[in-house]
Design a protein. Structure first.
Length: 345
């Protein structure tokens, strides 16, 4: 792509769970890349992560200093959602390729500004962390659909459960922070654009907060007779689960139920459930980083891009409108710029 260095020096902004996972992957598992710097407002945590990633990893307290540093070739952003848009823009202004965790921004308006800035550069610089697209279980379902094994896919049935809501969760932030994965997944799996959304929510009473609609059901119409039905429940309590079945007119396909084998013993049959996304998607996180680095060494970026980040936020905002109006809301995707039409492999 546009990184000439034999070993790409990546600056990681944010040293929490996701930042640490990506940094450790980059320094431990992937050839052609290294962690060049770590930034976090929590300096001791940044220092600890930097030390885990090598002896010569720089530690920054200022994001812009990291982005602008001459020895940083590319950037990974894993900071809180509301900081993403500003940091991605800063990367574009400095012409540094950037891998940004989802969501790309917290409003579609900010995501559109990013798209416009990237189109202006006329070069894809951004990958968004929709890691389900790299999850081997999701990929085997996607490959089956694309090879015609279940005929014409007509229904995406998704379940997305978190063990407990993040601090400060609101009915809207569940859509911005969690359901955005499912909206992207439905578009990607079915290869169609959303045309209409309808969202209902309820407060389950599972957590102290009785205002938040912590269980939401999203209905999507993706055109051509394709539908999606997605449950997002952030206070499931028992564990973390992402489940998917796609129904076609010649059969259905379900992702393999778990990473662990099913045990049958003493009138029990079952398997352990992961605690969170880091436990559930270990391979996906490695594969998305590996591919990103390969693409940076190669011709062009092939992963989920700024357009996917933007469209998913437009869909989120339509979901919020539906939640508030209690009605179906139409969704019309804007014209896709040429830059995003050729996605590579
Ligand atoms: C979290 O930020 C993620 O991205 C997880 O994949 C998702 O399942 C969770 O709901 C989000 O809070």
């Amino acid at each position: 792509m546009n990184v000439d260095s034999e070993v790409i020096s990546v600056g990681v902004i944010g040293s929490g769970g996701m930042g640490a996972r990506h940094a450790e992957t980059l320094s431990g598992t992937i050839s052609g890349a290294r962690v060049g710097g770590v930034m976090d407002l929590d300096r001791p945590r940044a220092e600890e992560l930097a030390a885990n990633c090598g002896s010569d990893v720089m530690v920054f307290e200022d994001e812009q200093e990291l982005i602008r540093h001459g020895d940083i070739d590319a950037v990974v952003i894993t900071t809180p959602d509301e900081t993403h848009a500003g940091l991605v823009m800063e990367c574009l202004q400095n012409e540094k390729p950037v891998f940004c965790e989802k969501p790309l921004a917290t409003t579609a308006e900010d995501a559109r500004k990013i798209v416009d800035a990237e189109v202006e550069l006329d070069r894809k610089m951004i990958q968004v962390g929709f890691m389900r697209r790299y999850d081997p279980q999701h990929l085997s379902v996607k490959n089956a659909i694309d090879s015609g094994e279940i005929g014409r896919p007509v229904l995406f049935k998704g379940t997305h459960r978190n063990i407990g809501a993040l601090e400060g969760t609101s009915s809207e932030s569940i859509l911005v922070n969690s359901a955005i994965h499912d909206l992207d997944s439905a578009r990607w799996m079915l290869g169609r654009e959303i045309e209409e959304v309808y969202v209902q929510g309820t407060n389950t009473g599972a957590a102290a907060d009785d205002e938040v609609l912590d269980l939401q059901i999203i209905h999507l119409n993706l055109g051509g007779g394709s539908l999606a039905n997605i449950e997002v429940y952030v206070n499931a309590g028992y564990g973390y689960e992402v489940d998917l079945e796609v129904v076609g007119d010649e059969g259905t396909i379900h992702i393999a139920p778990a990473n662990a084998p099913e045990l049958r013993k003493e009138r029990y049959a079952g398997h352990p459930v992961e605690e969170d996304w880091l436990e559930r998607f270990p391979d996906a996180y490695v594969l998305e980083m590996r591919r990103w680095i390969e693409d940076l060494h190669g011709e062009k970026l092939t992963g989920p891009d700024a357009w996917d980040g933007y469209i998913s936020l437009l869909a989120v905002e339509t979901c919020i409108a539906s939640l508030q109006s209690g009605s179906k809301e139409p969704f019309e995707a804007p014209q896709c710029p040429q830059l995003y039409k050729t996605r590579g492999a």
